[in-house]
Design a protein around this ligand. Sequence first.
Ligand SMILES: Cc1cc2nc3c(=O)[nH]c(=O)nc-3n(C[C@H](O)[C@H](O)[C@H](O)COP(=O)(O)OP(=O)(O)OC[C@H]3O[C@@H](n4cnc5c(N)ncnc54)[C@H](O)[C@@H]3O)c2cc1C
Length: 403
Amino acid sequence: MQISPISTLDEEINQIRQMTAKIVGEDVIPNEHLLRRGLENAQLWGDLVRKVKESGLWAPHLPKEYGGMGIGFLKLAYMNEILAWSPFSGPLFGIVAPISGNQKILVKYGTADQKKKWLEPLVRGETQSCFAMTEPDTAGSDPRSLTTRAVRDGGEWVINGHKWMVSNAKRADFAIVMCRTEDSDDHDANGRMTQIIVPTDTPGFDYIRSVPIWGQENDDHGELILNNVRVPLENALGRVGTGHAAAQDRLGAGRVYHCMNCVGQMWRAFDMMVRHAMDREVHGGVLSGKQFIQGFIADSYMDIQASRLMTIRCAEIMEQGLDARTDISAIKVFVPNAMTRVVDRAIQVHGALGVSADTPLEGMYRGARTLRLADGPDEVHRILIAKNVRKHYSSGQSWDFGL
Ligand SMILES: Cc1cc2nc3c(=O)[nH]c(=O)nc-3n(C[C@H](O)[C@H](O)[C@H](O)COP(=O)(O)OP(=O)(O)OC[C@H]3O[C@@H](n4cnc5c(N)ncnc54)[C@H](O)[C@@H]3O)c2cc1C
C-alpha cells in the first residue's frame, strides 16, 4: 500500500497514516485468508493486536484517558480511510461497531460508576456489548414508535420488549437497550426514550436467534425477548428521557465512520479494478485500453473523490462542534450508493472472478447495499436533508449554508 503525505495535514496524522498503511498493507491484507478463519488463528490475531498496540495505534476513536489514541474526529476519518482497506482492520485496531459506539456513548453520558463498571473493561477488551434499538414489529426508520417499555418498580426498571438486528448480541456481556420510559415520573419534557444498560445474563433477557444477514456469516445480529427484565435504576444512561438524543449523537458519529470506511473500501476496489484492467488481455489488447473500461475508471474516480470530500467536510464540521446533521444525512445517502457503483464496476472488470469469494469484492458489494438500510435507510435521510434545507430557507436564508 503506497501512501503519500497529504500536504495540508500535520505531521502527526501523516505519520499515523503511514504507520497504519504499513501494518494494513504488510501484515493484514496478506493474511486475510488466515484471519477469515477467526479464532482458529488466535495466535495470529493476538500477534497483530500486540503489534498495533505497540505502534500506539489502538482504539483511535477514544480519548487517551480511556486507553485510546485521542486524535479527534477528523484525524480518525483520515486514518479510517487506510484502515478500511481490509475488513479485518477494525477488530485488530480496536474499533468495531457497535462496541466502539457504546464506548463513546459511555464516555459522554456515563456516570463515574458506570464508566468504572461498564466502560473500562470494555476498552480493555475484557467484555463485549451491543446496542438494542430496532424492533421487528415497529419501524426502525421511526424510532420514536418503538414499544419496548421500562417502568419503575421500587429501585428497579422492569423492561419488556422484543428487539432484533442487534449486532454482537450473542457475545455481549451487556446491552444498551433503548426503552420507552414516558411512564417514569422524572422524564425529560422533550423525550420519551431512555437508554438502559442491561447485563445479558439478567433473568428474562432471552437470546432467540441470530438473524442471518448476507455477507456477514461470521457476525451476529441477534433477536431478543426481554421479559420482565429487572435492573437497578442507576443503569439508566444519561438523564431519563434523553435516549433519543443520545442515540442520534452516537449514530451521527457512526455514520461518518461508516462512510469513511466505504471510501477506504472504494479505493481498494478501484485499485484492484485498475490493476486487473491494466493486465488482462482481451480481444487483442488490455482491458484498460477499451473505452468502456476507461469510462468505468473515470466514473469510479469521480465517485470516490466526491464521497471522500463530502465525508471529510462532514468530519470537519463535527470536529468544530457545529451542527452536522444535514451533511451526515447527505453522506449517509451518497457514499454507500457511490460504493455500490464503484464495487459493481470492479466486479464487472474482474469477470467471474469478481463474484467469486477469491476477492473481497463480493463482500464489499453486499456490505454497501446493506448500509443503505442500516443506520437509517436512504429515504429517511433524504427527507431529513430536505427538511433542514426548507427550514433554512423558511428562516429567510438562502443557498449559502455557511460551508
Ligand atoms: C446489518 C445490520 C445491522 C444492524 N445493527 C443494528 C444494531 O446493532 N442495533 C439496532 O438497534 N439496529 C440495528 N440494525 C437495524 C437498522 O438500524 C434498521 O434496520 C433501520 O433503521 C431500518 O429500520 P427497519 O428495518 O425497521 O425498516 P422500516 O423502518 O420498516 O423501513 C422499511 C423501508 O421503508 C422505507 N421508508 C421508511 N420511512 C420512509 C418514509 N418516510 N418515506 C418513504 N419511505 C420510507 C425505507 O425504504 C425503508 O428501508 C441493523 C440493520 C442491519 C441491516
